[in-house]
Design a protein around this ligand. Structure first.
Ligand SMILES: NC(=O)c1ccc[n+]([C@@H]2O[C@H](COP(=O)([O-])OP(=O)(O)OC[C@H]3O[C@@H](n4cnc5c(N)ncnc54)[C@H](OP(=O)(O)O)[C@@H]3O)[C@@H](O)[C@H]2O)c1
Length: 263
C-alpha cells in the first residue's frame, strides 16, 4: 500500500475531486481526516471509507476560516500524532463565477474565484506547513484545471484563480522543500463524471450550441487518447504523488491533460 501509516487531511472531501482522492488514499492505507464546509457530504464519504475497511473521520471546517483550520489540524495532531499529507480539493460553484463575458463582468464576480481559491489553498498550506516543519516531512497538494494555461471564453476570474494556485505551488515549494515538505499539484483534463463539468457545460451550452455529448466529444478530441480522464485515474495519480515513491517531485503541477495541453 502506497500510503500505509500516512496521516492525510483532505479539504473539500465531500466534492467530486475530494471524494475520489479520499477513496484512493483510503485504498492505499492512509488514516484519513476529512473536512468540508458542510458536514453531511463529508460524513457520507467517511462512512464509505470505513465500511470498506479504511479509517476516516469527518469534520466541518471552513477552509477560509484560519482559526477553524488551525483548531482542526491541532485536533488531528492530538489524535494521530502528526500530519503527512494535506490535500486541497476546495471548489466553488461555477454558477457564481462562470458564464459572463469579461466586458460585462462586475469586479466582485471577477475577484471571487481568485480570492477564494488562492486564499483557501494558502491557508490550508500554511496551517499544514507549520506542523510539518517540525517533522521535516510532509506533502501539500492541490488540483487545478487547464484554465490556468489556456484562454477559455466565459470563464471570468476562474483562469486567473487556477494560475494563482499553480504559482503558489511553486512559491510554497521554494520555501518549504528545504524543510522536507513537498508541494505538488495536479492539473487534470475535464472529468465528465463530476457535477462541476456538467455545470460548466450548461452555463456555456447556449453560446456553444453543443449538446452534452457533443461537448464531451469536443473535449476528448483534444486529447491524444481521444477520451477524457476518469476520476479514479486522477485519484490514483494523486495517491502516487502523495507517496514516498514521488519523493523526487516538488514545485510542479502534474499535467494530466492526456496530451491536450503541451508542457
Ligand atoms: N471537476 C473537474 O473536472 C475538475 C478538473 C480539474 C480540477 N478541478 C478542480 O478541483 C477542485 C474541486 O472541484 P470539484 O469538481 O471536486 O468541485 P465540487 O464537487 O464542487 O467540490 C468542491 C468541494 O469544496 C467544498 N468547499 C467549498 N468551499 C469550501 C470552504 N470554504 N471550505 C471547505 N470546503 C469548501 C464544497 O463543499 P460544499 O458543497 O459544502 O460547498 C465541495 O464539497 C476545484 O479547484 C476545481 O477547479 C476540477
Amino acid at each position: 500500500m502506497l500510503l500505509k501509516n500516512k496521516v492525510a487531511v483532505i479539504y473539500g472531501a465531500g466534492g467530486a475531486i475530494g471524494g475520489a482522492v479520499t477513496r484512493a488514499f483510503g485504498r492505499e492505507g492512509a488514516r484519513l481526516f476529512l473536512t468540508g464546509r458542510r458536514l453531511a457530504p463529508v460524513e457520507a464519504i467517511a462512512r464509505e471509507v470505513n465500511s470498506a475497511g479504511g479509517s476516516a473521520e469527518a469534520a466541518e471546517v471552513d477552509a477560509l476560516d484560519e482559526q477553524a483550520l488551525d483548531k482542526h489540524l491541532q485536533a488531528v495532531i492530538d489524535r494521530a500524532g502528526r500530519v503527512d499529507i494535506a490535500f486541497n480539493a476546495v471548489g466553488i460553484p461555477g454558477t457564481t463565477i462562470l458564464g459572463v463575458p469579461l466586458v460585462e463582468l462586475d469586479v466582485e464576480r471577477f475577484a471571487l474565484p481568485i480570492t477564494t481559491y488562492a486564499t483557501s489553498y494558502f491557508l490550508i498550506a500554511q496551517t499544514a506547513a507549520r506542523r510539518m516543519v517540525a517533522n521535516k516531512s510532509g506533502v501539500i497538494m492541490t488540483a487545478t484545471t487547464q484554465h490556468s494555461r489556456i484562454g477559455i471564453p466565459l470563464s471570468g476570474g476562474y483562469g486567473p484563480a487556477m494560475a494563482a494556485e499553480e504559482a503558489l505551488t511553486r512559491v510554497l515549494s521554494a520555501e518549504l522543500a528545504p524543510h522536507g515538505i513537498r508541494v505538488v499539484g495536479l492539473r487534470p483534463q475535464a472529468i465528465p463524471e463530476t457535477g462541476t463539468l456538467k455545470e460548466a457545460f450548461e452555463i456555456r451550452a447556449k453560446a456553444s450550441g453543443m449538446t452534452w455529448e457533443q461537448f464531451q466529444e469536443f473535449l476528448a478530441s483534444k486529447t491524444h487518447t481521444r477520451r477524457l480522464m476518469t476520476l479514479e485515474e486522477m485519484a490514483n495519480m494523486a495517491a502516487f504523488m502523495a507517496s514516498d515513491k514521488a519523493s523526487g517531485m516538488t514545485g510542479t503541477t502534474v499535467n494530466l491533460t492526456m496530451g491536450s495541453l503541451d508542457d
